[in-house]
Each structure stands twice: as structure tokens, then as C-alpha cells.
Ligand binder design. Structure first.
Ligand code: ADP
Ligand code: MG
Length: 380
């Protein structure tokens, strides 16, 4: 079905005269052309070395041509539908890669039925989609997904990314299933059909602590890199951390909500369980909000659910606002438990000024020791 969608789209790339005469083509807004022209002038991987050795083949493929085009990417399958985009697996100039599709608001003029199609993702203002692509292009960080090209087509923007094997949410669920199987118990009913992982009533962790700390430590590297550049990430959660290769080194993906910290307001939306309290209070969260989200992420990996998991969005937000963080699983080390306590210098304190900065956190032994570990084995 997705292939079909792309075939239709490629056919539409031809001149307007090739469209069926029974359905007159609506004119594309001028900005559609300017976006295409703009993207063609972007250089992606220039002469700079790749940010990681494992991305060298994709990097070299991007350097073969001046800019990415639709025909450079062969789609194999759809990987995911996110809130604002759709992600495909395929090959870019013969190298395995992922393609993120973002539908542009106001430019998808030739498919009036799209918006009503089941599961069709929301359209994004062109400036926002371009901002995400521009930011990814400017980042050369080994802990951020590598992006090597971008093109516009039929009112969409497509970004060519290195291919991840799964995201951290899937990893957490896999650990939850393994624990349930080892204990001979079915996962609790409350975690079906979205098995968040096994609830830690027995005091054990879902993701083993060394693995959870490794993932958090690598994400912290990405956050420190972004904060140094005055970028707030703004949307940390397990779905936005991708694992690469068979063992799984993590990288941060999805920069849809990232913004310059000097921009006054983040975009509305985001995951309620990950909302920093200051976002609810003041409508804005800076780099300290990312540090808080790192705390929620680490907590969720260890405990199987965030500290604020509740039956409705309103209840979740009430828990966040109250800052009532339950203790992490009893099996956690004292260092990790201290990190996750909602007290001064912990990640989850509700006062942003009391949270440590990402750069300072890198020196905490718990992260300094974890970040250079080999990626942990993954459960099936
Ligand atoms: N480069 C990639 N390789 C493999 N899977 C990816 C890649 N990028 C994203 N994904 C998957 O697609 C999902 C949605 O992508 P994301 O960039 O987070 O879009 P959205 O803004 O819609 O949330 C992610 O949660 C992840 O599971
Ligand atoms: Mg996402």
C-alpha cells in the first residue's frame, strides 16, 4: 500500500499536462517551488568526515551527488507512523537508509482525501519542517542520528537518515517480556496492548541498570552537545532514541520540537508523562527541561513506566504538577536512586534552577562510567 502511495507520488512529479484532464490540477503555491529550490542549494555532507565510522558508507553515498533526489531513494517498507511524520526503510543510492516523510501544511494540494485517510499524520508548517531538516544538517554529533539529504516532493519534505534497528521503547518492552517469561508470569493487564514493561512490584528493574545507565549516558552526550549550541531538544522519550546496528548504540532522532533556547515558547504538544513541570507552570522549558526528561527516561527504563503514568492525560498532568515522584525500583543502586529523587541536584526536582546542567552531569560517576561501555546485549 505504501509502495502504491509512492508510485502515485512519483507519477505526480511529472509535468502538470500528464495529470488526468478530468481533474484539473490546482496550482502549487509558489512556496512549494522555493522550498525545492532551497533544498537543492543545501550541501549536506560536504568534505567533512562522518560523525561515526558506521555511517561512512551513507556519508560517501551522499557525497556522490550534489543533492538528494526522490529517485535516489528506493522504499522497501514503512517502519513507523509518528505524530508528525512517517518513516520508511529502504536504500539511498544503494546504501541502507531511512526516509522520514513530513507532510507540509498548505502544500499538499493534489490529494484532498489524504487528510481524512486513516492514520494519516498531521501536516506541518513548511518553516517548521525545514527547521528540523536544517538543524539535523548542521549537527555533526555521534550521538545524534546522521542525516545526509533532504528533498521536497508533492507537498512533502523527505529527509534521508541513517537506519536504526529499533527504538528504546521497543527495547524496554522486550526487556519487560523477557522478565515476564523468566518469572513465568504474563505481563500485567494494565500494560496490554501497549506493554510498557513489567511493573516493578518485586523491586527489580525492567531494563538492567547498567544498560539503562548506558542509554541515558549516551543521550546525555547528545543533550550536552545540543545545549552547548543553545538548542533545547524538548521531546525526549524512548520512542525518540534509536538504536543502531545489531547490538544497538543509541542516537537521538526526531528534532521536530527542538528549538533555539532564545525562542520564547516551545510548540504545543509533546508527551504529557514527559512534560517538565515548568512547561505546565510557565508554558516554557529550557535546557533544564531536557535534563528533567532524561530523568523521566531513565526512570521509565528502570521501572517499566514513567513516574507519572495515570489513567488520563489530566491525571498525568496533575501528578507532574505535584512533582510526586515514587521511588525507583528497590534494586537500583544508591547513586541512581539519588539521581532520580525529586530533590535538589536530582534530575526530577520540579525547580529547574536546582537541576544539574547536562555538561556537569557528564562528570557524575554514574554517567562517566556508563557512557563508554560496549552497547548491552538486547533481548529478542
Ligand atoms: N532513522 C530511523 N531509522 C529507523 N527508525 C526510525 C528512524 N527515525 C525514526 N524512526 C522510527 O520512526 C518513529 C517516528 O519517527 P520520528 O522522527 O520520531 O517522527 P515523529 O516526529 O512523527 O515522532 C520513531 O519513534 C522511530 O521508531
Ligand atoms: Mg518521535
Amino acid at each position: 500500500m505504501i509502495r502504491g502511495c509512492f508510485q502515485t507520488m512519483s507519477a505526480r512529479r511529472g509535468p502538470v499536462a500528464r495529470r488526468p484532464t478530468s481533474k484539473p490540477a490546482k496550482p502549487q503555491p509558489a512556496s512549494a517551488h522555493s522550498i525545492e529550490a532551497d533544498l537543492k542549494s543545501w550541501r549536506w555532507c560536504d568534505d567533512a568526515p562522518p560523525p561515526r565510522a558506521d555511517v561512512a558508507a551513507l556519508w560517501a553515498a551522499a557525497q556522490q551527488g550534489t543533492h538528494a533526489r526522490r529517485r535516489d531513494f528506493v522504499i522497501e517498507t514503512r517502519i513507523a507512523d509518528g505524530g508528525a511524520g512517517r518513516v520508511y526503510r529502504g536504500t539511498f543510492r544503494g546504501v541502507p537508509a531511512a526516509l522520514k516523510e513530513v507532510r507540509l501544511e498548505g502544500l499538499s494540494v493534489d490529494e484532498p482525501g489524504d487528510a481524512a485517510a486513516p492514520g494519516f499524520f498531521a501536516a506541518v508548517p513548511p518553516a517548521r519542517a525545514l527547521a528540523e531538516a536544517a538543524l539535523l544538517r548542521s549537527l555533526r554529533c555521534p550521538d545524534v542520528v546522521a542525516a545526509v539529504g533532504c528533498f521536497a516532493d508533492c507537498g512533502r519534505i523527505f529527509t534521508v537518515l541513517e537506519l536504526g534497528t529499533r527504538d528504546l521503547l521497543e527495547v524496554k518492552k522486550a526487556w519487560g517480556r523477557r522478565r515476564a517469561a523468566e518469572d513465568g508470569a504474563a505481563p500485567p493487564a494494565c500494560v496490554v496492548p501497549e506493554p510498557a514493561g513489567r511493573a516493578p512490584e518485586d523491586g527489580a528493574t525492567v531494563v538492567p541498570e547498567p544498560a539503562a545507565c548506558f542509554y541515558a549516558a549516551r543521550v546525555l552526550e547528545a543533550l550536552a552537545h545540543l545545549h552547548e549550541r543553545r538548542i533545547v531538544y524538548g521531546d525526549l522519550k524512548p520512542e525518540n532514541v534509536l538504536l543502531l546496528g545489531t547490538h544497538g548504540r543509541p542516537v537521538l532522532c526526531d528534532f521536530d520540537r527542538a528549538r533555539d533556547e532564545r525562542e520564547p515558547r516551545p510548540r504545543p504538544g509533546g508527551s504529557p508523562e514527559y512534560a517538565p513541570p515548568e512547561l505546565l507552570d510557565a508554558g516554557a522549558a529550557g535546557p533544564a527541561g531536557d535534563v528533567y526528561q532524561l530523568g523521566v527516561l531513565l526512570y521509565e527504563l528502570l521501572a517499566g513506566a514513567t513516574p507519572f503514568k495515570a489513567s488520563s492525560v489530566d491525571r498525568t498532568l496533575a501528578l507532574v504538577a505535584r512533582g510526586a515522584v515514587p521511588p525507583p525500583p528497590a534494586a537500583c543502586s544508591r547513586a541512581v536512586a539519588a539521581l532520580l529523587a525529586p530533590t535538589a541536584s536530582g534530575l526530577l526536582t520540579s525547580k529547574p534552577k536546582l537541576r544539574p546542567r547536562a555538561a556537569a552531569l557528564r562528570d557524575r560517576p554514574v554517567f562517566a562510567a556508563a557512557r563508554d561501555m560496549d552497547p548491552p546485549e538486547l533481548p529478542d
